[in-house]
Each structure stands twice: as structure tokens, then as C-alpha cells.
Design a protein around this ligand. Structure first.
Ligand code: HEM
Ligand code: MTE
Length: 470
């Protein structure tokens, strides 16, 4: 950038902490990240690069290599690395190829948001063709590289009288094996729309970071009872994954003990998805399934279960996956005091027609199809669709499977055929949907009411805009 000054490496090295300001470089750019450190979605790790180059760190934390992160980075730019120093910047440190050596082959149909770690979703038009989402179409959300496969889960912690260390085949022989159909939705689903409204930090998910699958495994409540864990002794159950970051810290999350110990909540240690052994991307050989909760608590590549009085210490439990309102001040407020997200609120989205598509010229009607789901086992009472800016709404036909009151874990698909208003010919048509769950919660009308800094739980009324030929 010609409008900015050249800065020498030795000046950058003097800016390492709050007293001097924190500067770092990426390629030939120099950035002042002093005020950004507190709100960095990867927490204090950013300080590892204080006064130096982020390039080598981003080899491993390759989630940064997206246009969205580059744009946010440019907002912090204060200068250009002096050309004489730029020539000496060490490039890649090679950490990436070793860490990512267990990545599986993936279906080319997935739309990739980040290649390393792998994050991808299917095209939304394909998502509602099947009530059970085919595994190859199921979104993948990996915070870290896929780990080497290890077939061993241990149980330890408060009140554990009988420590457990078991393989999947031991689980199958010791406990009842059940199958539960449940949708799983990432808390970041539909983030791109929230970002379009007002910028947020995180991967730019469309509306397909959700899927509905049949999960087979054993009940967590049975395993905890076998280990001797009793209600009253603990408040939380912590799950540790086999994937870990560059410093060796594993992915971890926790759920409240009341949920973990309740057999009616159907929390599973799952080893099959849609009748097949779990795929590598979905947590092979064993993962946690917590029906009705956000995806982040459903730990993949499960290695360790810990009965605990406190929530997990992990970044993803204590600092991420929280609703951070506009008013939250990163310099003064304590993120660990904000409640972690567990249950999903009521959601629905239109998958067909696709946003930005053109309707067929000779059609008088438009077929609208999509999904709806609510967390906590709440079912869907109805989904309404409007093609006239919300003046009138039509009830859609619902496809759902009865699972019992309070245990409606699977999603609902909806479809309706609506007449295209004649004044829309040769112009734009907005199609909107909104769902009501069995607790009579409805989706907010307006993004502004639920906008939050990390772009999580975007469940405001969904709208797609299509072109109507003459
Ligand atoms: C996540 C920006 C430096 C580690 C993120 C995200 C942004 C960001 C926007 C959210 C990404 C997403 O979810 O799409 C930056 C900027 C940096 C910087 C502007 C410096 C100028 C670093 C450094 C490290 C690091 C040096 C490590 C040494 C992480 C981690 C995450 C993250 C661990 C969380 C990833 C996850 O939870 O999936 N960063 N970052 N960042 N960053 Fe950085
Ligand atoms: N478990 C581990 N060990 N590592 C992860 O990165 N991602 C979580 C969760 N479990 C994650 C994890 C998040 S944020 C989501 S949305 C779901 O896994 C996604 O599951 P999927 O990739 O099988 O769709």
C-alpha cells in the first residue's frame, strides 16, 4: 500500500505488549493489533506472534487464510515491511503438512470455507432432498487437524468409583446400543447473512451448516452410571477430543450434568452415522451426540469423559460459542462470565429456490422447500411462507417423524407452492419463511434484534431473493 510508510523489522520487534502497542507482520504488511488482542476469536494465542511475523503460525492456524480474515486484517494495517527486511522474512515453517497428515478424502460437492482445518457445507438446494442427510452431504466443522484414529475412551473425575477405559467393541458388549435420529446444527449456521447486515467475526457459513442423521451408540447416562457417577456429586460432564492445537491443547467442551445423566435426553457416545461406522471427519471411531444442543458440544474423536464440578476450561467453552452483545467491552468485561450456548433456538431456512437464482419463465407458481428445527427436543408446530414481504403468510406442508413430547430431535422439512404475484414479473421476488416450535417460540423478524459480535445463533426470519422472468 503506497499510502503507508515503510517500517523496519527492528521497530516492529519493539512493539510486543500493551505498554508499547502490539505490532505484527503478515507477508509485507505491518499491523497494529493492540486493541484487537482482547477480542481475537483465538484468544491470547495471537500474542505468540507479538513483534514478529504471523505467517508461520498461520501455517498451522490456517483458518486465517480466508478473504474475510484478510479483510479484517487490512483494517489494522499501519505500514509496509521495509523491502530490505521483507526479503529476510522466513516463509512457511512446514508445520502444516505434518499436522494435516490424517485428513481424509472429501466429497467434491461440499462448498469449502476453509481447507485447513476443513470446514465445508453442501449446496443448500441439495440439503432437503433427503429427510436423512447422506453422510457425504453432511457439513463438516473442524477447528483443528483431523487426528490419528485411536479406539479408546476413558471416564474419570469426581465420583468415579470404577474408572473406565474402553474401545468401541467393548462399549457394544457392555451397554445397550440404540439409534437416535437427530439434527445437528453449528451455532455459526447462517453467519454470512448476519455479516452482510453488519460485520461479525467467524467463518462465513451459509444456511447449510445443519444436517439430520441417524446416530447409533450407547447412552452416556449408562456409561456414567457404570462408572459410579451420581447426580448431586457433579455439575458438568467434560468431553475431550483427540484433535489438538500447535501447543498440544485438545478440543474440549462440556454439558450440564443434568442433561448428561438424564436417559430421556438421549445423549450418546456414537460410533455409527447413518448405519456406517463414523467417517473420519465426523469423529471416528466415537463421538458425543447431544440432541438439541449446538454442534460445538458434540465432541468428535472422543478420548476422555470427565465428571466435574466446573465447566471445561477450554477456549471453546469459556471464550467462544457465547452470545457477545454489541455492548460487550473486550477490554473491561470478562468473557468467561458470559453463559455458554447449549440449546438451539427455533430455526428455519429456505433451501429452494436458492438465493439469487432465476425462476422458470413459464411458471405461475414457485415451489418453496426448506428445513426447520428447534433445540431442546421442542418440535415444530408450523412453518409459514410469504411471497409478499410478510403481508400474508401460507402454512407449509410439514414432513416430520414423531419422536415423543420433549424428544423431537429430528428436523422438519417443509414445502409449499405459492402463486407468483403478477407485479413481480420481470423483477425480484423475496420469499420468506418463519417457524413456530412446540413451546410457541417464533423466529425473530429482524437481524438487528439478535446481532452479536461472533455471528452466532442467527435464527431471524430467513429470506431469499430470486429473479422472476417476464
Ligand atoms: C481465529 C484474526 C493472529 C490463532 C481467528 C479469527 C480471526 C482471527 C478473524 C476467526 C476466524 C474464523 O473463525 O473464521 C487474527 C488476526 C491476527 C491473528 C487479525 C493477527 C494479525 C493469530 C495468531 C494465532 C492465532 C498469531 C496463533 C498463534 C487463532 C486461533 C483461532 C483464531 C487458535 C481460533 C480458531 C478456531 O477456534 O477455530 N483469528 N488472528 N491468530 N486465531 Fe487468529
Ligand atoms: N469435536 C472436536 N473434537 N473438534 C472439533 O473441531 N467441532 C464441533 C463439534 N465437535 C469439533 C468437535 C463443532 S463447532 C460442530 S458444529 C460439530 O462438531 C460439527 O460436527 P460435524 O463436523 O460432524 O458436522
Amino acid at each position: 500500500r503506497d499510502d503507508l510508510p515503510d517500517i523496519r523489522r527492528k521497530d516492529i520487534e519493539r512493539h510486543k505488549d500493551a505498554s508499547t502497542g502490539v505490532w505484527m507482520t503478515y507477508r509485507d504488511g505491518v499491523y497494529d493489533v493492540t486493541d484487537f488482542v482482547a477480542e481475537h476469536p483465538g484468544n491470547k494465542k495471537i500474542l505468540l506472534a507479538a513483534g514478529g511475523a504471523v505467517d508461520g503460525f498461520w501455517d498451522f492456524y490456517a483458518i486465517h487464510h480466508t478473504p474475510h480474515v484478510y479483510r479484517q486484517l487490512e483494517e489494522l494495517r499501519i505500514g509496509n515491511l521495509h523491502p530490505e527486511d521483507a526479503a529476510q522474512t522466513p516463509a512457511s515453517n512446514g508445520s502444516s503438512s505434518k499436522a494435516f497428515s490424517h485428513e481424509p478424502r472429501r466429497a467434491p460437492v461440499l462448498q469449502v470455507h476453509s481447507a485447513r482445518p476443513f470446514n465445508a457445507e453442501p449446496p443448500s438446494e441439495l440439503l432437503v432432498d433427503d429427510f436423512i442427510t447422506p453422510t457425504t452431504l453432511f457439513f463438516v466443522r473442524n477447528h483443528l487437524p483431523v487426528p490419528a484414529m485411536v479406539d479408546s475412551v476413558t471416564v474419570d473425575g469426581v465420583g468415579v468409583h470404577r474408572p473406565v477405559n474402553m474401545s468401541v467393541s467393548e462399549m457394544k458388549t457392555r451397554f445397550e446400543v440404540i439409534t437416535v435420529t437427530t439434527a445437528m446444527q453449528c451455532a455459526g449456521n447462517r453467519r454470512r447473512e448476519m455479516d452482510d447486515f453488519r460485520s461479525v467475526k467467524g467463518l462465513q457459513w451459509g444456511s447449510a451448516a445443519i444436517g439430520n442423521a441417524e446416530w447409533t451408540g450407547v447412552r452416556l447416562s449408562d456409561v456414567l452410571a457404570y462408572a459410579g457417577v451420581r447426580e448431586g456429586d457433579i455439575e458438568h460432564v467434560i468431553f475431550q477430543g483427540g484433535d489438538s492445537d500447535a501447543e498440544g491443547t485438545p478440543y474440549e467442551a462440556s454439558i450440564p450434568a443434568a442433561i448428561a445423566l438424564d436417559p430421556h435426553r438421549d445423549v450418546l457416545l456414537a460410533f455409527e452415522m447413518n448405519g456406517e461406522p463414523l467417517a473420519e471427519d465426523h469423529g471416528a471411531p466415537c463421538r458425543v451426540i447431544v440432541p438439541g444442543f449446538i454442534g460445538a458440544r458434540q465432541v468428535k474423536w472422543l478420548r476422555r469423559i470427565t465428571a466435574s464440578r466446573a465447566v471445561s476450561e477450554s477456549h471453546w467453552q469459556r471464550a467462544d460459542y457465547k452470545i457477545v452483545p454489541d455492548s460487550f467491552n473486550w477490554a473491561h468485561d470478562d468473557i468467561s462470565e458470559v453463559m455458554p450456548i447449549y440449546e438451539y433456538p427455533v430455526q428455519s431456512a429456505i433451501c429452494e429456490p436458492a438465493n439469487g437464482s432465476s425462476l422458470d419463465a413459464d411458471e405461475d407458481t414457485v415451489v418453496v422447500r426448506g428445513y426447520s428445527w428447534s433445540g431442546g427436543g421442542r418440535g415444530i408446530l408450523g412453518v409459514d411462507v410469504s411471497v409478499d414481504e410478510g403481508v400474508t403468510w401460507r402454512a407449509a406442508r410439514l414432513t416430520q417423524t414423531p419422536q415423543g413430547v420433549g424428544r423431537q430431535w429430528a428436523w422438519t422439512l417443509f414445502d409449499v407452492e405459492a402463486a407468483i404475484p403478477s407485479d413481480r414479473r420481470g423483477g425480484r421476488l423475496d420469499v420468506m419463511c418463519r417457524a413456530v416450535d412446540t413451546a410457541h417460540n417464533s423466529q425473530p423478524g429482524d437481524i438487528a434484534a439478535i446481532w452479536n459480535q461472533r455471528g452466532l445463533l442467527h435464527n431471524a426470519c430467513h429470506r431469499v431473493t430470486v429473479h422472476v422472468p417476464e
